[in-house]
Design a protein around this ligand. Structure first.
Ligand code: PRP
Length: 218
């Protein structure tokens, strides 16, 4: 049997994904051992797992190095890779937003010649184009909230989870772009070749997710 290979986003998303997969009977023992290994195999299950940086997961899946990936919608929107997005896993929830000082709201409504700092230049460009604005977009790699504070940009486009980073720095959400959560993605060729196994997996995961949703509503 060919291995079904999973590329997971390192960190919290990977842990949540492993928990979820365990609930549908997929467990890779080797992942729980203290090792420097990069790829983990479970012969019995016929699965392989590896952990990658979020922004790299769509590339591994698009090129078939992984059949299945789990990554945030923010990364999928930014990377725009050719793959199938099959499931919203419901965890890793946050919002993509425009944020800044309260005075930034006026600036956003009035002008197009402002500066935006972000880790997500494609998402930012697309959002402002829908508003017929073409601000200067500055790509940063982290601590985006710093940009308006030190005068590098007027506003930022970034993910907001609890909102505490914004609040503690005197910043606020000026506009919400879209909700974000973890998604399961599938390589296009794998979807044909491994259709049966992948469908079995997505159906099982989807049943668990619906069950969880019912439990939280009750
Ligand atoms: C993310 C994001 C915000 C923060 C939002 O940064 O870029 O800075 O989390 O979370 P909050 O609304 O709960 O405060 P991350 O921690 O991933 O690190 P980074 O600053 O290096 O991007």
């Amino acid at each position: 049997m060919k291995y079904l290979t999973f590329a997971l986003t390192k960190g919290r998303l990977a842990n949540k994904t492993l928990e979820l997969l365990e609930q549908v009977g997929i467990r890779c023992e080797e992942m729980y051992t203290d090792t420097r290994k990069l790829v983990f195999t479970d012969e019995q299950m016929g699965v392989k797992f590896f952990l990658a940086k979020a922004t790299d997961v769509p590339t591994y899946v698009e090129y078939g190095a992984a059949d299945i990936g789990v990554v945030g919608k923010d990364v999928l929107m930014e990377e725009k890779k050719d793959l199938f997005e099959v499931l919203d896993l419901g965890f890793g929830r946050c919002r993509m937003a425009v944020a800044g000082f309260p005075s930034g709201r006026e600036l956003l409504d009035m002008r197009g010649d402002f500066k935006v700092a972000t880790k997500y230049p494609e998402i930012a460009r697309h959002y402002f184009l829908t508003r017929h604005q073409q601000p200067e977009i500055l790509k940063l790699n982290g601590s985006i909230e710093l940009a308006p504070i030190v005068g590098l940009s007027d506003v930022i486009v970034d993910i907001v989870e609890t909102g505490s980073t914004l609040k503690e720095n005197g910043l606020m959400v000026l506009d919400e772009i879209c909700p974000i959560s973890a998604r399961m993605v599938v390589n296009k060729a794998s979807m044909k070749i491994e259709l049966e196994r992948i469908q079995k997996l997505t159906r099982a995961v989807s049943t668990i997710l619906k069950q969880k949703e019912r439990e939280t509503r009750a």
